[in-house]
Every structure is written in C-alpha cells, then in structure tokens.
Design a protein around this ligand. Sequence first.
Ligand code: T1G
Length: 703
Amino acid sequence: MTTISAPSPVQADGTASEPVRLFRTGPVAVIEIDNPPVNATSQAVRAGLLEAIREVDLDPEIEAAVIACAGRTFVAGADIREFGQPPREPHLPDVINAIEDCSKPVVAALHGTALGGGCEIALACHGRVVDAKASFGLPEVKLGLVPGAGGTQRLPRLVGTEVAIDLVSSGRNVKAAEALHLGLADRISTGDLRADAMDLAREMIGKPLRRTGDLPATRMGAEVAAAKLGEIRRKARGAEAPVRAAELAMLAADVPLNEGMARERETFLELRSSEQSAALRHAFFAEREVTRVPGLDNVEPRPVQKVGVIGAGTMGSGIAVAFADAGFDVKVVETNEQALAAGRARVADIYDKQVASGRLTDATRNERLSSISYDVGLATLSDRDLVIEAVFEDMEVKRTLFRDLDGILPPGTVLATNTSYLDVGAIADATARPTDVVGLHFFSPANIMKLLEIVKTDTTAPDVVATGLAVAKRLRKVPVVCRVCDGFVGNRILSRYRQQAEYLIEEGALPHEVDAAMEAFGFPMGPFAVSDLAGLDISWARRKRLAPTRDPRERYVDVADRLCEAGRFGRKTGAGWYRYEGGKRIPDPFVTELVEGASRRRGLTRRPISADEIQARIRAAIVNEASKILDEHIVERPLDVDVVMMHGYGYPAWRGGPLFEADRVGLQAILDKVTERAAQDGPGWEPAAGLVSRASSGARFYS
Ligand code: T1G
C-alpha cells in the first residue's frame, strides 16, 4: 500500500503499481482499491487494505476515511481463482473486522456491483453511499459457498433477519433504491460518488460510531424458521449452500458477532473444499471460457445494429424482444397482415407482463417497443446487418426463404437460421453466399433463456461466427459454437435422455417416478413434465418425419405416439403424460395402461425401478451421447457440452455439468452402465469411442 497525495505511477501495462492506495486529501482520506478487472480481494488487496486502515486509525491528521474502487465496480468479491490454493493471510474477515473496529468513521463509496467480500467490506463500514446504478449482493451460494467474512452475521443486524435470509440464501442482488429502503445504504449519490461519500464521512467525525457488529439481530420464531428452511431446501433442489447460509443468518440473533463469524468461517472453509463448490466454480469459469473459441481470437466480427426477424410466432417474437432488450434496431416481417398483427400482439404481451410484474417500467417498455418495426414481405429487409428466420421448421420452406433473401440482402449481411434440428449447411446451399450463413439456435422463451447455440457449417466464414459471438455478448446470452448434426448439441443429447426415460417406463417405471427421480437429481422438471410443457405434437411431427429412415433395429417406444393419436398434446390440451386439473399435474391411469401395454408388446415383465437406477441410466445416456459429440468434433471442448446442458436444459450447476460430473463419478462406472444397456437398446447406444478410451486409460474429460 502506498500513501500518496497524488495518483501513483502505473506500470507499463497500464495497471496500477499498487492495488491499494491511500490518498491524503485533508481530514478525510480516500483508500482506493485498484485491482482489475473487478477489484477482487486478492491477497495483495487484503494486505494493502489492512495496512491502509491501520494507517487511518493511527494518523492523527486523518479524521475519517472513504473506501472506494477504481475501474468498473466496487469489490466484486474474493478472488475466486485463489480458492484452490491454501488461504494466505491476512484473511478477509480479519481485514473487515479491522475496518469496523477503526476508531474513525469509514464510509464505503459503492459503484457497480458490491458482491460477496465487497458487500461484506461495505457492511463493516460505518456508512455506505451508493451510486444510483450500483447494487449489493452476497452471491456466494451460487459458488456453493456461504459468505466467509461476516456477511451472514452483519447483514441480519443491518436489514433484519428475514430479509437477510432471503439475500444470503438466494444470492440475489439488491439495487440502490431497495438498499436505501432496507437500510443497507445510507445515501444514493447521483453525482460525484466519492465527494458524497466524503461528505458523509466528514459529518460523522466526532460522533459515536454505529458499528454494524454491535447492532442486535431480530430472532425468528422456531416454526417460522423451520418453514423458511424447508422452503429454501425445496428451491435449492439438492444444492447445500443456500440452507447453510440461511442457518447462519438465523444464528446471528443468538450469538455475539465473533462467535457467529467463527461458525460462519468454519462453514465457509468446509464448503470451499466441497464437490458442489468445485462444480459451481467450474460452471462460473466455463460460462466465460466458452466464449473464447480457438482460432477466432483475432477475427473481427461484422458490425450489427439493424436486425431483421422473419416469422413472428412464439420464437420469432421472443427473438425480437431479445434483440430489442439489447438495444438493437429490430424489424419483424411476416407473410401477411394477420400474422404480423398476431406477432406484434405477442411482443406487446411479453412486455406487458414484465411491466405488470414490476420488472420493467412503462417508459422502458415504450422505448423497447419503439425500437421494433413491422412489415409484410421481405423487401424492407434490404437495410439489415443481420437477418434471422424463425419460420416453420421445414427444410424446403427455409431453403426457399434463404434463396429469396439472397436476392434482397446486401453483400455482407449475415443470414441466420433459428432451426432446432435441420441441417444449416443444406439451408446455406440454397444461397449464393453460404459463407454468410450461420445457425443461431435460441431456446424458448428466447428473451429469457441464456443459451445460444451458434451453429457453423463447413463454409461459414470465421468472421460470421465471430459476429454470432459478438451478438450473443450484447444479448447477454451464453454462446456455444458447434458444428452441424441432428439436434446440434443440446437437443441431440436431450433426445437420448428422453429415449432412455421411455425405456425405463417400458421396463417398469411410471412417468411420474422418472420425473421425480430426475427432479431429485436436481433438474427443475423431469423429462415427461417438460414434454407436456413444450407440447408432445412438436416431437411427434419430427418422429413422423424421421420414421421412414429410422433403423428398424432401434428399440422404439410408441407410447408418446399413442398419446398424440389420442389428442393428448400435453398441458395445452389438458392432458399428455399427465392429466392437468386446476394447474396441477396428476398421474393418469390412462397413461399407466398405455405404458403397461407397451411392456406387453415388448414382451417385458415390468419390475420396480429405483430412483438410483433411473438417474444412473439417464446420466450414462447423456454422457455417452456427449462423448460421441466430442468424438465427432461437433464441439471441441467438454466445457462446451457442460455449458449447453446447464444453461439450456437445467442440468444442475452444482454438479458442474454432465462431463465435469462424469470425471467425479468415474468414467468406468458410467461406461459399464452404457455397455450393459447397449445390447437391449439397439443401434446408437454403443459406447462412444472417446468414453471407452478415457475409461480404459484412466483419462478424464477435463485434464
Ligand atoms: N474472482 C476472480 N475473477 C473474477 C471474479 C472473482 N470474484 N469475478 C469476476 N471475475 C473475472 C471473470 O472471470 C472475468 O475474467 C472478468 O472478471 C470479468 O467478469 C469472502 C468468499 C462481477 C458481476 O461471486 O458475478 O466473495 O474471463 O466476464 O459480466 O464471502 O463477474 O475476463 O479473464 O463476469 O461484467 C463472490 C462473481 C465471490 C462475483 C461482472 N463474488 N463475478 O460481470 O464480467 S466469493 C462473486 C460476477 C466471496 C466472501 C466470498 C461477475 C460480475 P476473464 P465477467 P461481467
């Protein structure tokens, strides 16, 4: 830490020579943290901060201090990259206690996102001034951790136990206005944040210090606490940290700060070495690593501001909203006025629902709606930088459309298709510019789901792929680049997942038992409930399309076909794999009879099937198909598969994704399960070569 009266010299690479600097600017000093990119509390930051606060405490010329950060955000947490290493002193709790124990007022000046350790630093200050766009958060549970530097003990003392439990167990952010309302922030700055923070510090000079740790925390009644923990456990779906964080926040009312912090630290260190935390940290970094596609680092994306969306159905309207939300100029086209009006209504409905729920203001809604224009026909797309189609899922329809677009769009416009399954290469071949064609596979609802599969053909130009990545970043999507195959990555794996689920019900399980097992595994919904939600007719149409080319040796379960033949398309028809009454999902004897009939037709004697077997067989099916996808170079890295499965299909992030978890479970155990099934289940179920070679050589998916 350097004590200076002017900005310190910076190193040749532009980073500050010291991550913590103490500016003497009269009676109120400024401690500035400068540790790009997010001011994480690395060991050097902790040491510098401790030294600075000690100097403030001891220097008679300093009467108060402000802690502020350079760069884009206040401290966004402990340095996650250090977690795999032995902890090094000074430990953050000790630094934070020194701030609270300082004899002079210390005020935090918060901008950006004060997260984790950053929020804990702020809680230990004697006052907090926040920029109007700033937010607080204790997202540790998203990393499989609990706050480890007083967050679970000081937050209840400042905002009350009930609110604290919600914040530490959900990890959600609190924006400036709510923070002020809760008492988490003392003032909101709409001008010079540091000056406003220095004003508050100056006002506090000579007055009794309000130390957060000295405040009492409200005790919850035993029954209320038990009910709250039960609710958190259910929402956690197998993740351990949310419950542990909530229990610690409840403890704050019963024990003094230092005892509570000791229990918190003990829990933090325990969870930091847990498998769930390792998986969640892997998921955190994988979501960022996946955007770094080998071979594209120096490729410049094409500029995109004007976007055309063809087709204003469910997907098209969701895609239009996603682009409008990200500030693009959007033009939606349809084949006729009626379809266009229906699409416009869908877009308006999406925004109206967000305004009704308080997630969007009227002004923002109107601004977004004004960035979307509508037209009939393709002609007015001639000024677009990127055009994406979301029309009927039929190859000839899409090829004809792309052939027509070829004659309308100027050179350089990117032609994208939102197809879920079809061969993007075959669509590209309909144009004279196949290098400009790429798949941008959104997931429904397109304005909400984070995953975006960027499907490159053998001819897609590198800068078109780079354009997909740049557009994904602006859309705040999680992009995964893949090559063409039936179903790309996610839907291809999903079709194997569902097929194994149908084998299980043919052998003895019932749909609700398979769903219960996979929900216990950590999926938000089981496969049959998901099918009912999506609509059984969509996959029925695909199965009928593929029927002529299906391998007769393949084990095919026809229960879903029979449901569709009976007009049972899922929730939208009031019945599918389940019956739906009053919004409730009810197992239906009609389905049980269909399933038992399938067993008889297969010549199988039904048997009880345990949740363990259901989970093991479905996990093996997922890992085997994922391994084939790697073998075929549809994607190049295991993290590409894991990110797709976590962000597109709800694979529990606290398991790290199927391949990260396969390494932990053991590839041989998974291979054995696949091999055991291959004979019964027919073509396509043979063990993937990559899985066999890794299992036999002891290699892993992640080196
Ligand atoms: N540690 C190390 N690196 C981090 C980091 C962190 N906490 N947060 C972000 N990065 C890196 C990230 O990997 C990326 O690196 C770059 O910064 C930009 O991030 C004691 C124990 C802050 C909202 O969980 O939520 O404090 O890829 O691409 O979209 O109780 O990063 O460029 O090389 O995400 O603008 C708690 C995690 C930690 C916050 C910014 N804190 N970070 O989002 O940029 S545990 C968190 C985020 C803790 C205490 C406990 C986001 C962000 P690279 P980015 P962004």
